[in-house]
Design a protein around this ligand. Structure first.
Ligand code: SAM
Length: 327
């Protein structure tokens, strides 16, 4: 196995990412690949014709890749709806951001990009770690109610994502958005991420899939040599909301598909977790032996307790060898 020397300190990874012009997705997606993108990108093939982001989530991989064409897919239609919405606003992102400020102010949500008022300052003294959530709780619940009354309003969904718990997207069984308020708000990182996303979209040839299961997506794609498929599925042995959709059956279905793509000579790369909190992904361990495996340095942060797990091993598996000229 090849190991890439890389800092495990979160801030150093960030600085390194910034140096290499790695940008953050404005979806601030749980489990996004932002901090790992410079490692992954160095392992991606050169001269990609069409890049397929099969499990795109927030799109961190897509917005940092170089390819003639980029196609994004995710089984969650709300994720695709948000990308479509942001892409539709990319031509005049400044106007979009101004419109969002207006909505934020009308709801009475905090907008720390523009400064912090006295009420927030005094909440900060008492609720050191939760002052934004204390301040935003009422307006956030109103925003959530309005969105649930008219879910065609994607701008409200985007704001729920910005102000909601851990920037997650979660709906209950009745189809209602049900996340509580988070201790987050609209700061300059949101504005920067939106501007970066817009300039990426304006400069690239980007397409969205109609939100398909990975297998249907691949089977309906006209794949050619020179294309590259990146797979970042839910990890079988970790926890996230989207892991509810994932089990051993999906894991095996994915590996069968990757084997058949290899037989067709189509290059792919897969991110996954081999060990985590004493658990081992046996299916992955056995299957990956037939391919090239690279260790990726990461700080895996649990959304449940925000602690850094040192007992994890993240890997990147490919069916091509990264040399100056791919095999
Ligand atoms: C680890 S996340 C991807 C994160 C992404 N690479 C990023 O940087 O933001 C996995 C994604 O797989 C999606 N997903 C789950 N099951 C799927 C399936 N059967 N087909 C396609 N996408 C699926 C989830 O909705 C989730 O967005």
């Amino acid at each position: 196995m090849q190991t890439i020397p890389f800092s495990t300190e979160g801030h150093e990874v960030k600085e390194s990412s910034a140096k290499k012009n790695i940008v953050r997705s404005p979806l601030f997606y749980v489990g996004d690949k932002y901090k790992l993108m410079d490692q992954l990108k160095s392992l991606f093939p050169e001269n990609i014709k069409t890049y397929y982001d099969v499990f795109c989530g927030g799109g961190s991989a897509s917005i940092n890749v170089e390819a003639e064409k980029i196609i994004m897919n995710d089984v969650n239609p709300k994720v695709i709806e948000l990308h479509e919405y942001l892409q539709g606003n990319s031509e005049d992102i400044e106007a979009f951001i101004e419109k969002m400020y207006e909505i934020i102010i009308n709801y009475g949500l905090s907008l720390s990009e523009k400064g912090i008022d006295l009420e927030i300052e005094s909440l900060k003294q008492v609720y050191v770690k939760t002052y934004f959530s204390k301040y935003n709780k009422e307006p956030y619940l109103k925003l959530r109610e309005d969105y649930n009354n008219d879910q065609s309003n994607t701008e409200l969904l985007y704001l729920l994502l910005i102000y909601g718990f851990n920037h997650m997207i979660r709906f209950n069984g009745k189809g209602k958005f049900n996340l509580p308020v988070g201790n987050v708000d609209w700061n300059k990182n949101v504005t920067n991420a939106l501007k970066n996303y817009a300039s990426w979209y304006n400069q690239n040839n980007v397409e969205l899939s109609p939100s398909l299961d990975f297998e249907d997506f691949i089977k309906s794609s006209p794949l050619e040599k020179g294309d590259f498929l990146y797979f970042d599925p839910p990890y079988l042995i970790t926890f996230s909301d989207y892991n509810k959709l994932w089990g051993e059956k999906e894991e095996k279905r994915l590996y069968n598909l990757l084997d058949s793509l290899s037989e067709q000579g189509i290059h792919w790369g897969l991110s996954n977790m081999l060990f985590h909190k004493g658990k081992q992904n046996e299916i992955l361990l056995n299957w990956a032996k037939s391919y090239h495996e690279y260790q990726i340095e990461s700080n895996y942060i649990s959304r449940f307790d925000n602690t850094i797990k040192k007992d994890s091993k993240e890997i990147y598996v490919t069916n091509y060898k990264k040399t100056n000229k791919e095999e």
